[in-house]
Design a protein around this ligand. Structure first.
Ligand SMILES: [Zn+2]
Ligand SMILES: [Zn+2]
Length: 219
C-alpha cells in the first residue's frame, strides 16, 4: 500500500497542470477575441468617418479606409476583415474570418454598430460576463460551433453530427472553460440542429430549451 500515495499525488499534480493550461488557453483565446472585437469596432468607426468625409455611403472596399487608420487593425489570429454593406445602404456589418471572433455575444455574426455596439458596450453585457464568465465564454463557443455548422451545410449540403468535421472552418476547436464536452443533435428533417455543452449550467437557456440553436435558443 505504501507505493500508492506518491502515485496518487502525481496524478493530482498532473490534473492540476492540465486544468491550469486549459484555463490559460481559454483566457488567451478570450483575450484574442476581445482584441479582434475592438478592431471590428475601429473599422466600424472608420466606415462612419468615411461616409461623412465622402458624403456618400459605406464601402465594402477596406482599402478606401486606409487613411483613417494610424495602423491598420490586425486580427491576432491572422483572420481577414471584410465589410458587408446592407440594403438599404445605411447599414453595414464588419466581419472577421475567424468564426469565434465574428460570433456576437447574443446577436448574429459580425459587428454592426446598431446591433452589436450598443450591447457589447452596455452594462448588461458586462454584468452577464461578471456573473458567470465561464458560461458567457461557453455560450460564445456554442455560437461559434453553430456558425460552423451553417458554413458546413453550405459546403457539404448537410449539418455535421460529428463536430470534429467542423474543424475545417474553425482555426481551432472551441474549448469549454469548465472542461465540458460539446456535441450536436441534428433534428429531422435535417434542417435544424442544436449544439450542447455537457455542463448543465452552460447548456441551459435563459428562458428557452437546453442547448444552442440559431433562431430558437441563442442566450
Ligand atoms: Zn479576428
Ligand atoms: Zn461549457
Amino acid at each position: 500500500m505504501r507505493g500508492v500515495f506518491p502515485l496518487t499525488i502525481l496524478a493530482l499534480c498532473a490534473s492540476a497542470t492540465t486544468q491550469d493550461s486549459l484555463q490559460a488557453k481559454v483566457q488567451q483565446a478570450e483575450n484574442e477575441r476581445r482584441t479582434c472585437r475592438a478592431n471590428l469596432q475601429v473599422i466600424a468607426n472608420a466606415e462612419m468617418a468615411h461616409r461623412v468625409k465622402t458624403r456618400g455611403g459605406f464601402t465594402s472596399n477596406l482599402k478606401l479606409l486606409d487613411d483613417m487608420f494610424e495602423m491598420n487593425p490586425t486580427c491576432p489570429n491572422g483572420g481577414s476583415y471584410s465589410v458587408v454593406v446592407g440594403v438599404p445602404s445605411d447599414s453595414f456589418t464588419v466581419h472577421c474570418s475567424v468564426l469565434s471572433h465574428d460570433a456576437g455575444a447574443l446577436q448574429p455574426a459580425g459587428y454592426s454598430p446598431e446591433i452589436h455596439g450598443r450591447y457589447e458596450n452596455s452594462e448588461a453585457y458586462e454584468q452577464m460576463r461578471q456573473r458567470d464568465p465561464h458560461r458567457a465564454t461557453c455560450r460564445a463557443n456554442l455560437q461559434t460551433l453553430s456558425n460552423a455548422e451553417i458554413a458546413h451545410k453550405v459546403v457539404h449540403g448537410e449539418f455535421a453530427a460529428d463536430l470534429s468535421l467542423l474543424v475545417e472552418s474553425l482555426q481551432a476547436m472551441p474549448v469549454c472553460p469548465d472542461g465540458g464536452r460539446y456535441h450536436a443533435v441534428i433534428n429531422d428533417p435535417l434542417n435544424s440542429f442544436t449544439i450542447h455543452c455537457s455542463i448543465k449550467r452552460h447548456d441551459a437557456g435563459v428562458l428557452e430549451p437546453r442547448g444552442y440553436s440559431p433562431g430558437r435558443n441563442t442566450r
